[in-house]
Design a protein around this ligand. Sequence first.
Ligand code: B12
Length: 252
Amino acid sequence: MTLTQNVKKEAKKAGFAVVCISNPEMLRDLPYGKIEYVGVLKRPEEELPKVRSVILMGVYAWDAAFNIVADSSKLHFNGKPESKVPLESYQLYYQIVKSKAWLVAYYLGKKGFDSVPSVDIPLKTAAVKCGLGCQGKNTLLVTPAYGPRIRLISVLTTAELDIDEPYKEDLCKSCERCVIACPTKAIEPYKVKVNRCMVYASENPRSTDVPDKTRELEKRLTKRPTPNSFIDCTTCLEACPIGTCLDGNDYC
Ligand code: B12
């Protein structure tokens, strides 16, 4: 077996449902830099200067629990913040994909290649470039087998691996169920109005750029299993019929 085949086998062994390989050259036109309202998307070279290949992997997120966020910025001790606890936010699926990705990075490390997981490159568009699926109207990566129910991570490596072909099909066609389903009307086909997305509102409880209506709906609709945790909204994702194979689903 070639190194590429072995890497893909390791990724599957680690529990990833999908895997594909790209390189910095193929990924040069992605939306790098500042994202409206939230964070910065980095180039693979900023994460690992001698990177030769970028492995994109996704876990199948089959349960709402993947989206639990434990957020100490709102620590609820009789309404007063607890200053001894550091401000941190843990989203369960990031812990899951990172622990699995390290197994792939270690495998390549043992073969002599510098390798590091990254969630800071533009994961959706990178995944499209090596064939995992298309970017849907909800702007998420939509895969033929799992729809958008995939959570992504990359491993950057100095190993020269065989790259996969970009995905060409538009799986959404005329479907707009995600656009219709969003309670705050945050989605236009292929675009999210970030400050209207309930996920942005839950993750930024003190942001003043969230419209009152969105804030009100977020408070009412977001599930809070404990005072300091919430389950990120996935309405636009759950509305997607691709990869669900329910009775009467034409997409199966
Ligand atoms: C910032 C961010 C957010 C922000 C902003 C969302 C956004 N769309 O940017 C907020 C907080 C709102 C958010 C919410 C969610 N997120 Co988020 N988020 C990210 C992050 C960090 C970057 C996303 C990004 O690239 N933004 C940059 C902008 C430019 O990208 P964009 O909106 O996709 O814009 C493109 C399209 O509009 C497209 N476009 C425009 N016109 C057209 C026309 C056509 C025809 C086409 C094809 C495309 C197209 O071009 C633009 C540039 O590429 C990624 C992790 C990562 N490192 O990639 C996770 C990520 C995208 N999020 C993810 C998830 C799951 C969610 C949520 C479901 C919440 C949750 N449970 O975690 C919601 C879904 C909301 C939604 N529909 O986007 C997953 C998606 C997995 C997947 N299958 O795609 C990721 C990849 C995280 C991960 N590790 O898996 N997220």
